[in-house]
Design a protein around this ligand. Sequence first.
Ligand code: NAP
Length: 464
Amino acid sequence: MAAHPRVAIVGAGPAGLYAADALTFDQNNGIRVDVIERLPTPFGLLRNGVAPDHLKIKSLEKLMQRIIERPAVRFFGNVTLGEQIAREELLGLYDAIIYAYGAPTDRRLGIAGEELRGCVSASDIVAWYNGHPECLLNVDTFSASKVAIIGVGNVALDVARILLVSRNRLWNTDIAARALQHLMTYRPTDVYIIGRRSVAQAKFTPKELRELGGLEDVDIIVDAAELAICDSDAQQMADRSELTLVLETLQSWAERPQKNAPHRIHFRFLLEPDRIEGSSQVEAIRLRRMKNDGSGSILATSQYVTLNVGAVIRSIGYRGKPVHGVPFDSKSGAVPNEGGRVITQRDAAAREFVTGWARRGANGVIGSNRGDATEVAESILASLKPAAVFRHHTDLEDVLLARGVEFVTGQRWAQIDSIERALGKERARPRVKLENIGELMKASRMSSGTPSKAERSVGQEIPE
Ligand code: NAP
């Protein structure tokens, strides 16, 4: 039986779906794409990572939805590579595979006290406010009035903003119901955002930084002395205008009069975490004062600063992890590749590709995935000779059904989507997310039309 060339994409986040888009944009090219996703829901970091109040970027979900609805694209949620289906099997079923499974692991500081209650990773907080079905954070541990965030990247800004933004602005978002309920009564007084190097090495982007300046009832406190930069920093800034904008924003905050607001964000630089103090709960963090060495690196001094805080959030980046049988470079934390083509020992006739964070490490914004995806799709389209006759004997759907794997199709995802929207409507919110795998799977099984009594129980444990 002649068939169409088929491509499997592992990961239904923006990286994977931009690749699906690039492969099927020309709907007459005959390519069929199956998108395999570990969770029952698509959209990866768009659903589970992007801060809920970033409505503009969240609206990309509409575009992503249109991609998975294309006739040439199928969604297989609740299917994990290495569990329900092996890499070798995918190589047998598809003409090419694209790995787009991101970089899910958070990093650790490796200092004393990290195990104390109240020391959490930003990825846990992000999972909590986004209602990630695998979120492990116990929100009760999170009620400190003074919070230190370690790391000066965009995730640190997201977390600080969600902790301090006016609660009215959260209502009209898809923030998880449990997080919203907790945040209605909890708003810290002081959030410290702490960089170990100079401001010239900060990873913030200027637009995201400036957003903090507009928060209601929040003063921003910056010590001008900690913004000092050395000559090599100045040189680096001359080459990257974004860094100059970051510095100018912080300088303007250092100069502007305080409003005596009830909440404060403190930016601190050249302070490296030394140890977290407390008996069972975080009580303070001791930071070592660093100084510029004149060449862009930092040197430790013998001075320390102690901040009395009840929580420490490490926001120090994400890292990839090895996925069953797929090559992995433990140094870079990514899949080794050349221009998106996986470098592999086995003879897979160069049919494996990688895109997104799994390809380049955890850096870049959502839009950065588009260029990567286009490059990979072009390589695949060039390698799938249009005149060739493709023969496939087995379909992924049949393999999964024969194994008794319950997978979520695009249609079943649409059912989850409509139930979440309906739950949102009841509470005058755009959506209320189902926050565990069992509830998501139950919702996906519901037929459209009037829900039965059992079906109506979905979402009942979600707080008002
Ligand atoms: P990031 O941008 O890599 O920032 C990590 C920060 O942690 C850096 O300041 C880094 O400092 C610091 N750090 C690392 N190890 C440390 C240690 N042991 N002690 C103290 N500090 C340490 O990571 P991210 O904030 O998680 O963001 C990941 C990616 O997602 C980025 O590309 C980001 O732009 C993107 N993102 C974008 C948005 C948006 O566009 N709105 C929102 C969220 C995330 P050093 O430089 O000194 O290592």
